[in-house]
Design a protein around this ligand. Sequence first.
Ligand code: AHG
Ligand code: MN
Ligand code: MN
Length: 339
Amino acid sequence: MKLEHPTLSQFVLEQEAEHGGTGEFSNILLDLGVVGKTISREVNKAGLVGILGDAGLENTSGDQVKKLDVLANELFINYLSKTQHFCAIASEEETDIVPLPQSAQANYVIAFDPLDGSSNIDFNVSIGTIFSIHRRLSNIGPGTLADFLQPGHAQVAAGYILYGSSTMLVYSTGHGVHGFTLDPSIGEWLLSHHRITIPQQCQVYSANEAYAHTWDAVSQKFLEDFKRTTPQATSRHIGSLVADIHRNLLKGGLYFRPYDNASKRQAKLRLNYELKPLAFIVEQAGGYATDGQRNILDITPSQLHQKYPMIAGNAAIVQQYEQKYVVAARSLPTPSGYQ
Ligand code: AHG
Ligand code: MN
Ligand code: MN
């Protein structure tokens, strides 16, 4: 009997041999795999051990924090702060960056959303963890805020762990996108999706259309035209960004969350730990992600918890949107709530 799928460790070692490297990245990915397995275990038993529900706090972005958000955040920080890979960590659930003086010589910083899709936690709907890794800009010592405020194109790796009907780890180090499925019976990540590329045809669109009335006229018209002229496309919106992007990567699709005025839940997507890493994955899979006017990966963040819109998916359709939006943007007011 033989293992039909390479394990994560076999695969990252092969990749390291193919693309060169010091082995540090292989170790980082394996460590992220360990944290992912641990969070997956907690998510799977959450209903039985009383860790569903609100933690009774609000985070910096004003979201209601769930108990599982807190747990995933603590697991991530505790584990990664002992690995010596990172000189600082940033998390959606932490107001400021967490500098790591004990790893002052480390070359990298990591930003993450410990649990994306928190509003779905209590209902057994897919949620995920998203991560973004940069080489530090600072010379030595604990990492600094400036190490995180780099455009997405400067990421050296990004990815996510999706807790769905099975648990998957999807990552890119700039050499394509690879997906692994957790086989819980042996506790291993097995390569199940080698070199993910977005199918040419756009089969699905994902938008929270409850907010459509708050979008600018160009975005409203674009989605209406898209629906009329793309008969094969159906609507699927989970409300966990990571799960929506994952499905659209595999199926061919459009994620649509434009600038939004006047909504009380305006501007929910965070640039540093949601949009940059997912846009990196989308681009590595042959797609494109924009805020309407420019590639998400070209935006230099000015703040840690900065929020942005994103339209992402099949390159041709996203570029069509961008062309229309850029022309109109000259006369559109700047939406409030975005920096
Ligand atoms: P988080 O759970 O990390 O706060 O992120 C939630 C985000 C994203 O995952 C999701 O697609 C979006 O919020 C949904 O928000 P709306 O209900 O505003 O559409
Ligand atoms: Mn999130
Ligand atoms: Mn989150």
